[in-house]
Design a protein around this ligand. Sequence first.
Ligand code: F6R
Length: 603
Amino acid sequence: MCGIIGYIGMKEAVPILLGGLKKLEYRGYDSAGIAVLGRGGLAVSKEKGRLSALESRLAASPLEGTLGIGHTRWATHGEPSDLNSHPHLGEQQKIAVVHNGIIENYRQLKEKLVQRGAAFQSETDTEVIAHLAEQFYRGDLKETMIKLSEVLEGSYALGIICADKPEVLGAIKKDSPLIAGLSEHGAFIASDIPAILEHTREVYYLQDREIALLGRDSCEFFDPQGEPLIKEKEEVTWSLDSAEKGGHPHFMFKEILEQGRVLRETIQDSLWKGRNHEVLEGLDIARYRKIVITGCGSAYNAALVGKYVFEELCRVPVEIDIASEFRYRDPIIDASSLVVLISQSGETADTIAALRLAKEKGAATLGIVNVVGSTIAKEAELCLFTSAGPEIAVATTKAFSAQLVLLYIFSVHSAAALGAITKEEAQILGEEIQSLPDKAEEVLSSTGMIQKHAASWVGKKSIFFIGRNIDYAIAAEGSLKLKEISYIHSEAYAGGELKHGTISLIEDNTLVVSIASRKALYPKIMSNTEQVISRGARVLLVGNAEVSGMGDDLVQLSLPRVYELFSPSLSVLVLQLLAYYIAANKGLDIDKPRNLAKSVTVE
Ligand code: F6R
């Protein structure tokens, strides 16, 4: 999704803005631009494509000044192009704006402006904001932003500079994240922490319709009516290192390898003590007659795993739904329902909408979120945090693993509270959960074998994933991971479903990844595996089922023994590495797959 940075200070703005935008590349973008206010007035430079294209343009025509705003755009209104990229200027070229989000009433606003004779350069909703800002401006940027917030409908995080105000950087937000920060040499706004972490660790999170006015050595905040506001600084505890590649070829690989630590930290914070543990202790699960778990993409796949685990341990039915569908089916929930919302970013528009609908209907809400300070973390009644740290690669790996482990802990805790398992059983399951980080590290220390196989599967046109029960849930995640980064077509099926149609797609040399971690279901999944082999498929078997008589058609990757319901935490590592190595062998842009954004803040 789009990224914003703004700077006002003692240093030249361009290198700081470009440095910040580089740290935001992971959000996904298709164009970039900056506006700088210097001695020569307000100047804009923007370019379709990667940041390197903007850098070349700036090298040829440098911009000077110590106040500026920058943006990486992920197209929502209008195609990716130089003209549609941000910043946008008003008609008098006096106010420049960068914007994340979507203005829902921009057509109506634009029509009125056009009737008054305004001419637009781009197809964007953002240019409407720049025009309106100039119309509202009477020498006071704060008043201008208040007026904007009165007419704009939809979501926005805005950075605004004005040719008349060389000492002020303005910002306001609604439903899109925005932070401010102050360093020794200047003040910043940004859509995400990595953009400014090099300069400061102390950040302010803006809430909806709050306004920030930044000076060279000051950050002032105002409420939506324009009254001064004292905001608490929050200290960023993770390092910039953890937001960088650390010598690995891709963020995704680094993040895959970090999973032992991520599991350990998440468990430490949740199982027997810690802030998540306190949240779970305060949750009276017996109050709820209905549990719904929702999320998008991988977060939905985590929900699918969670359903199997929670139902088996608690013997309570769980409904799961894709967050983008949830609000359009008028879900049957009320005060006796608990809606669990899973999101790495905490900013996924569909998941936020599901959260708000759940609250509207009186349901209790529990977030499982990675980004502290995000919208879901702030708006959900209760929140469990995955200790994954910043996840930079667009394809989620470590945050997904942390979501799984929190779902296990939530399930074990609930089962004990409901009396579905004894205290002793809960203790044993807790120990199984605690064994996961070491076992994950064991799997991650033997990447060579997966790498070797992946090299020979690069040319596949289509790869199928099959499994039963929780193995089906994790098959769905393996398939999503593979297709999003390798661009190879893939489908995940419950093993027993193949014969109802899909088996017709299996031909000589089709690769089928078969996952087998439930002993009771070994005969079933192995029979499905034999069915595809007899139709010409080659199989990678992930799991410990006994194999006989399948010769060279099958390669097996065994996993460390673990309580079966928690096995997705190990099998998913193999599937992530498989996707990674196949994409790496194809030489693809793994951390930023085409058309994808890290944080999908539009519907
Ligand atoms: C897949 C992936 C996406 C996200 C989805 C939800 O690798 O990363 O499918 O899981 O966009 O994002 P969050 O978790 O931020 O709500």
